[in-house]
Design a protein around this ligand. Structure first.
Ligand SMILES: [Zn+2]
Length: 263
């Protein structure tokens, strides 16, 4: 007697769920929101809507807005006119053409958002963060031919099961209406952690870490690299160099958060 009953219940469940999703999706959503009100992306505070920051976290976000260096995307204290390049970009020009970031990494909730995206089970964070990135990089995206994430080494991807840069790249691409092509770049060297390394050591550590596969369609195309964080720029420079060697006409970079030094 037990088995047929269990079977019937198993059959009924998907049908019930389907009906819920077609007829009562909005009601179910409202009921869920009452039971589990949406919380802030960065802290446990309740928010009026899902995928948002609470008022306090919003106020503490250090959004990067113009005026900024046209190449590095680092904010200027004063507006000295359009098209300006920072002394830092002139002294030590990056391999990529332009970088844009949503917010400063070093203070405010940006660091926590990045950490949550990377290590906790919050893949859904890619959606709101990616939308912000699409806005911050709108000019770059308008001229882009394709987007590609900074790849993880296969071993690390297998261990972590999630490449946060790839998750972000898919969202940004969808928002911008441009193709996301994750196989333009391969990570061929398992690099050690960059934490605690000097700028020069980081660059050395990343040397030869990426390669564009010979079959990657790069010739003459403008590629946008996507990553979660930009710190010393060693990773982004190594990835951009590999894309340019593979034939890309231009490589730009969009990240969620960046470290701002000497600005
Ligand atoms: Zn909050």
């Amino acid at each position: 007697m037990e088995a047929p009953f269990a079977l019937a219940e198993e059959e009924a469940a998907p049908r019930f769920r389907q009906r819920l999703s077609t007829l009562g999706a909005r009601f179910a959503r409202a009921a869920l929101d009452t039971l589990f009100p949406p919380v802030c992306l960065a802290c446990p505070a309740a928010t009026g809507q899902p995928d948002a920051l609470c008022a306090q976290c919003w106020g503490r976000m250090r959004f990067i807005e113009r005026p900024y260096c046209e190449r590095l995307g680092t904010p200027f204290e004063q507006d000295l006119g359009p098209g300006l390049i920072s002394p830092q970009a002139m002294a030590d020009p990056p391999v990529y053409a332009r970088a844009r970031a949503v917010a400063r990494f070093e203070d405010g909730p940006a660091r926590r958002l990045v950490h949550r995206l990377k290590y906790s089970d919050r893949g859904e964070l890619a959606k709101p963060l990616g939308r912000w990135m699409a806005r911050a990089g709108a000019e770059i995206l308008a001229e882009a031919d394709a987007l590609t994430p900074v790849p993880l080494h296969p071993l690390r991807l297998w261990k972590r099961r999630f490449n946060q840069a790839a998750a972000l790249a898919h969202v940004v691409a969808r928002e911008a209406g441009k193709p996301c092509e994750p196989f333009l770049l391969a990570r061929v060297k398992a690099t050690r952690s960059q934490v605690g390394l000097s700028r020069a050591q980081r660059a050395e550590n990343m040397q030869g870490a990426f390669r564009a596969p010979p079959e990657a369609p790069l010739k003459g195309r403008r590629i946008v690299l996507i990553d979660d964080v930009l710190t010393s720029g060693a990773t982004a420079n190594a990835a951009a160099r590999a894309l340019l060697r593979g034939g890309a006409a231009q490589v730009d970079l969009i990240v969620f958060a960046r470290v701002v030094t000497g600005a």
